[in-house]
Design a protein around this ligand. Structure first.
Ligand code: COD
Ligand code: ZN
Length: 364
């Protein structure tokens, strides 16, 4: 099968034929139908996040089950599924206490499937599937718990987005922050994930949702997803502007959805006394953010990390499916461009330039 391979950082992905071994016990063989163009993959391409190369990136995917390994009971050939990039073991302390997004076994086996081996190779050279998914490819073999069954006929591009940006963003608002009606919110970085924080905040009844970005086009787009105010961080101090828009207080909740020291600090300094700062973006591995501990204590601020929307993928992704079907969240409007797998390098050039919303690979 064909896949886009990362051999070296800061080099284009290479489209190549890859061998895919059949699924083993507890694994599922999936034909990829859609894969989202998310910034997290770009972090790996730039070396800002580390993955063992050669690797197949792509963690925001959906597809159709081709066949299943021994013991698989929750899906069967022909079923459509969302792929979760944090499949879970169900047995570690995190899984057992409802925090499957933090599964220990998934962390301990990053770079391989749960049994410590991979199904992807070119000859003797094994290839790492990002997040046990690797959906920048025609097919994948993934753990059963990484497959979330879809209702018949659910569109795969929309399903792919539920696999990352929707759940990460809406989940940050809903499951991590637990935004209360009437509160004020500021979102730093309104790309694919940030737009979903905005629509999550809208869904939960926030009275003011301030979108902060360095691109005017992204800010205009954010207004369509529920932002009530916009701040252009490329001119002037965004912290002062957020304060101005919140009667000098700062917002009740601020979200960092880009991944840099600068945006983390901006989110921190824009929060109200007693407020919450939710960090969704993962900054480059070498980054630090110096927070003044006095303000943390005296203003009783809370700084929280949020991974995968603090969601339990197998329970909360079906909720996202329901929210989409009932018209409470918009996913169609997020998808602004479709690409073929062969165009993947262009898709990633676009994410760094003018692209608004989300690009999705739909031809493999
Ligand atoms: N101030 C405000 N906004 C900024 C700034 C700045 N200084 N610099 C850039 N931005 C904006 C960009 O213009 C862009 O609109 C936005 O930030 C980022 O959007 P995208 O579409 O490029 O990125 P996303 O939304 O696809 O991904 C953002 C993440 C933060 C989720 C991602 O980059 C990340 O860090 N992921 C790791 C966290 C995680 O959970 N990963 C799992 C898979 S996503
Ligand atoms: Zn992602």
């Amino acid at each position: 099968m064909k896949a886009a391979i990362l051999y070296e950082t800061n080099q284009p992905l290479v489209i190549e034929e890859v061998e895919l071994d059949p699924p083993k016990k507890g694994e599922v063989h999936v034909k990829i139908g859609a894969a989202g163009v998310c910034r997290s993959d770009l972090h790996f391409m730039h070396g800002d996040a580390i993955i063992q190369t050669p690797a197949i990136l792509g963690h925001e995917g959906a597809g159709t089950v081709l066949d299943v390994g021994e013991g698989v009971t929750s899906v069967k050939p022909g079923d459509d599924v969302i792929l979760s990039f944090v499949p879970n073991c169900g047995r570690c302390p995190y899984c057992l206490t409802g925090r499957a997004n933090l599964c220990d076994l998934h962390g301990a086996t990053s770079g391989t499937l749960f049994d410590g081996t991979n199904r992807l190779h070119i000859g003797d050279q094994y290839i790492t599937p990002m997040g046990k998914v690797g959906c920048f490819a025609q097919e994948a073999v993934v753990p059963e718990t990484g497959c979330i069954l879809l209702p018949k006929g659910f569109p795969l591009p929309q399903a792919a987005l539920i696999g990352c940006s929707v759940t990460t963003g809406v989940g940050a608002a809903m499951y991590n922050a637990e935004i209360t009606p009437g509160s004020t919110v500021a979102v730093f970085g309104v790309g694919g994930v940030g737009l979903n924080v905005i629509q999550g905040a809208r869904l939960l009844g926030a009275s003011k949702i301030i979108a902060v970005d360095i691109h005017q086009s992204k800010l205009e787009f954010a207004s369509k997803f529920g932002a009530t105010n916009t701040v252009d961080a490329s001119s002037g101090d965004p912290v002062a502007k957020v304060k101005e828009l919140t009667d000098g207080l700062g917002a009740d909740y601020t979200f960092e959805v880009f991944g840099s020291s600068e945006t983390v600090l901006n989110a921190y300094h824009s929060v109200k006394k007693g407020g919450q700062v939710i960090i969704v973006g993962i900054a480059p591995v070498t980054a630090t953010a110096a927070i003044d501990p006095v303000s943390l204590v005296r203003f009783e601020r809370t700084v929280k990390g949020c991974y995968y929307g603090s969601a339990r993928p197998n329970i909360d992704m079906p909720t996202m499916v329901t929210l989409y079907k009932s018209g409470q969240i918009d996913i169609d409007g997020l998808i602004t461009r479709e690409y073929s797998l062969d165009e993947i390098n262009q898709a990633y050039k676009d994410i760094d330039t003018t692209e608004i919303g989300r690009g999705v690979i739909t031809k493999f």
